[in-house]
Design a protein around this ligand. Structure first.
Ligand code: SF4
Length: 283
């Protein structure tokens, strides 16, 4: 098996999809074209004859309608060589079927949004460990998409690190070039720490339960103080009038004393979907 990371090519279609977005920030048509183009390149290098995908006709409104699939194949230069075994009986035969490399009788005619047929087939094969229908692509998640849109507003060229960070913690926009990200649990804290770059500050309240907080962008004293106040607000020291917050830059360690951020400050700086902004803050 070869796993291809589409990194920068993918970021570029997410920023500017020729065929637009789905319900959230998912550029499904551009994404499918890109993946099939990559698969074709790999196919040519390795000497394989055709490509197989798990797509089902009509499963997704944007990218899996009959005409769209045909257009995607054409744009990717793979017409006739993409076998979609789950819906193959509903398409014109592909080259591998015509050539008898694939037994058409064993292919299926699944269609529509329901996953029942695929699930039944998986059961038949004894497959239980597969992603749930709604899961998978972060770009279809409203909250991730909201954060991504917000990021692109301020930084049209985000790095992979910036995109990975969108998955972790609570996010705060302190200035056009400065963000703080506060871990919600141990897993977030580990992720945030592991993603910290050279110029990023890592903050935490020592001697109390504390989230890891990453300050990225402009690390001037005002923003360090603000990030420290937000970090203190989510720590077990949040009821104290003043809190010592340690911060690290590279291997150096400093400390700052701040008052925990007020709810008003949290509301002001937090990057959150509007309806969630109204929800009560965690205790
Ligand atoms: S859901 Fe995500 S991975 Fe799937 S086609 Fe759309 S953008 Fe690509």
């Amino acid at each position: 098996m070869k796993l291809c990371h589409l990194g920068d090519k993918f970021i570029s279609i997410v920023k500017n999809p020729k065929y637009g977005y789905g319900r959230n920030m998912n550029p499904c048509i551009d994404c499918r074209i890109l993946m099939l183009k990559e698969a074709k390149e790999l196919m040519n290098i390795t000497g394989f004859n055709f490509i197989i995908t798990g797509e089902v006709i009509g499963q997704r409104p944007m990218s899996q309608m009959r005409n769209t699939l045909a257009m995607i194949d054409k744009k990717a230069g793979v017409s006739g060589i993409v076998l979609r075994p789950l819906s193959a009986k509903l398409f014109e035969p592909t080259i591998p079927e015509i050539n008898g490399i694939v037994d058409s009788d064993k292919l299926h005619a699944f269609n529509g949004r329901s996953r029942k047929q695929q699930m039944a087939l998986a059961k038949e094969f004894g497959l239980t460990d597969y992603p749930m229908p709604a899961g998978g692509c972060l770009l279809t998640e409203p909250n991730y998409s909201f954060r991504l849109r917000e990021l692109l507003n301020y930084n049209p060229n985000p790095s992979l690190k910036d995109l990975h960070l969108l998955r972790a913690g609570r996010h705060f926009r302190l200035s056009p070039s400065c963000k703080a990200i506060v871990g919600r649990d141990e897993k977030d804290n580990d992720n945030i720490e592991s993603l910290a770059g050279e110029g990023d500050y890592i903050l935490s309240v020592e001697n109390f339960g504390s989230p890891v907080t990453l300050l990225t962008g402009d690390g001037s004293q005002d923003f360090i103080n603000l990030a420290a106040a937000i970090c203190a607000r989510y720590s077990d020291a949040k009821h104290l009038p003043s809190v010592d917050v340690a911060f690290h830059l590279k291997s150096k360690k400093f400390s700052v004393t701040v008052s925990p951020a007020t709810e008003g400050m949290i509301e002001k700086y937090r990057i959150q979907m509007p309806e969630k902004k109204k929800a009560a803050l965690p205790a």
